[in-house]
Write a protein that binds this ligand. Structure first.
Ligand code: GDP
Ligand code: MG
Length: 441
């Protein structure tokens, strides 16, 4: 696929504008990439339509060719969709926090229960695992093994704990957790191989009995195209607050992540990446976007292109600084902004003979300073920026008002600018800078 896109690139290179044809050509490839990653067809259609919309409205980048720009938009959009509203576990105001797991059989709920318990225990919580899967003969046993490995307590049905009735077990477990000072309760539930009304009703009954703070929908990343119908069924039948994607250690490209997110709007919170308790992590949208798109080479290329472009800009600026010609307040602002955007100009300046003091001066400016400076300069007229000598008392008052700062701050900035300008001139004449030819050592 990368090869195909590279050829699209070369045919599009140097056109310089995002035309509909450019966008369509790249979007065709994106569509294939998403389908290959097993994103559901309906989701692909919606997503690509959105990308086209955004690409049409996008300003043409100077750093990237059109196809690269579209791919970048796709990648950014994917990260945003997958990561928008990423959030942590919500803890109840009054413990215990109740977390209920729902999902198809084999999706990895019981394994996840153990992982989550260990993860919580490592953070100083005292979780309780609750066995509410009473369908499969050895399900309770499996959860007990998990609990043992995670070194946490387990609550399982036995006489008095509502044998055979998962709703009763769930209800009793909350009482038990309160008595035993468990601050998080993780309720493992039964799943069928397919969506099944009885299963849904049971899960909904458990939910109603214990009012969980979080219902997590556990879904196997390998499920592919079925992700949409399964997620929708669980959304309708039980409802859930967050998603856990399992079996990401397999070779599934993870299209299910996008499908589930797109269809339910619920955030993906955790990723499960193996059978061991430690194979568990917070969900990383950028990694998932990369995996779905599978365009690592192209993304690297895009990153490099942008970096090169930034460096060229920095070099241009450095040249201007050195020559000292026509250094205006606009340049001053641009220089400040560049300092914020990236370290390079500082390093660049530092590498040039005699520029050390300039770098020190730049280092003293912090981000909030920068915002104020930017606001002040933006409140000036173009004439004032080009010819700062024009900025007299009444103009300073107007600028101060326009940028919400004091007149003293405006004056301070103007003084700083003149100092920088003077230094620029001296440097360009090779005077006063130790180490430069002609300098007064
Ligand atoms: P449940 O039916 O939803 O409770 O699913 P289980 O937790 O019993 O998991 C079903 C199977 O998938 C078991 O063999 C697990 O070891 C395995 N499994 C669960 N999570 C993962 C994972 O993230 N990666 C891999 N490779 N296997 C997993
Ligand atoms: Mg299970």
């Amino acid at each position: 696929l990368s090869d195909r896109l590279t050829s699209v690139f070369s045919s599009l290179r140097s056109k310089g504008r995002l035309s509909d044809a450019d966008i369509d050509a790249t979007c065709r490839e994106i569509r294939i990439a998403l389908l290959e990653a097993d994103v559901a067809l309906a989701v692909v259609k919606d997503f690509v339509a959105r990308i086209k919309e955004r690409a049409r409205g996008a300003e043409v980048s100077q750093a990237l060719n059109p196809a690269q720009q579209v791919v970048k938009i796709v990648n950014d959009e994917l990260i945003e969709i997958l990561g928008g509203e990423t959030r942590r576990l919500r803890y109840a105001k009054t413990p215990p926090t109740v977390v209920m797991l729902a999902g198809l059989q084999g999706s990895g709920k019981t394994t996840l229960a153990g992982k989550l318990a260990k993860w919580l225990r490592d953070q100083g919580h005292a979780p309780l695992l609750v066995a509410c899967d009473l369908q499969r003969p050895n399900a309770v046993q499996q959860l007990s093994v998990m609990a043992e490995r995670a070194e946490v307590a387990v609550f399982a049905p036995e006489p008095g704990n509502g044998v055979g009735d998962p709703v009763e077990v769930a209800r009793q477990s909350i009482e038990h957790a309160r008595r035993q000072q468990h601050d998080v309760v993780i309720v493992d539930t039964a799943g069928r191989l397919g969506i099944d009304q009885e299963l849904m009703r049971q899960a909904a009954d458990i939910r109603d009995a214990i009012s969980p703070d979080e219902v997590l929908f556990v879904v196997d990343a390998m499920i592919g195209q079925d992700a949409v119908s399964t997620a929708q069924a669980f959304m309708d039948g039980v409802g859930f607050d967050g998603v856990v994607l399992t079996k990401l250690d397999g070779d599934a490209r993870g299209g299910a992540a996008l499908s589930v997110r797109h269809v339910t709007g619920r955030p993906i919170m955790f990723a499960s990446t193996g059978e061991k308790l430690a194979d568990f992590d917070a969900f990383h949208p950028d990694r998932m976007a990369g995996r779905i798109l599978d365009m690592g080479d192209i993304l690297t290329l895009i990153e490099q292109a942008q970096k090169t472009f930034d460096e060229q800009e920095a070099a241009k600026m450095a040249e201007k600084l050195v020559s000292g010609d026509g250094f205006t307040l606009d340049d001053f602002l641009e220089q400040m902004m560049m300092v914020r955007k990236m370290g390079p100009i500082k390093n660049l300046l530092g590498m040039m003979p005699g520029m050390g003091q300039m770098r020190d001066q730049l280092n003293q400016v912090d981000d909030r300073d920068l915002d104020r400076i930017a606001a002040i300069i933006r409140s000036m007229t173009p004439g004032e920026r080009a010819e700062p000598k024009l900025i007299n008392g009444s103009r300073r008052a107007r600028i101060a008002k326009g940028s919400g700062v004091t007149v003293t701050e405006v004056s301070g900035l103007v003084v700083r600018f003149f100092e920088a300008q003077k230094m620029m001139k001296r440097m360009s004449q090779g005077m006063g800078i130790p180490g430069l030819p002609g300098g007064r050592n």
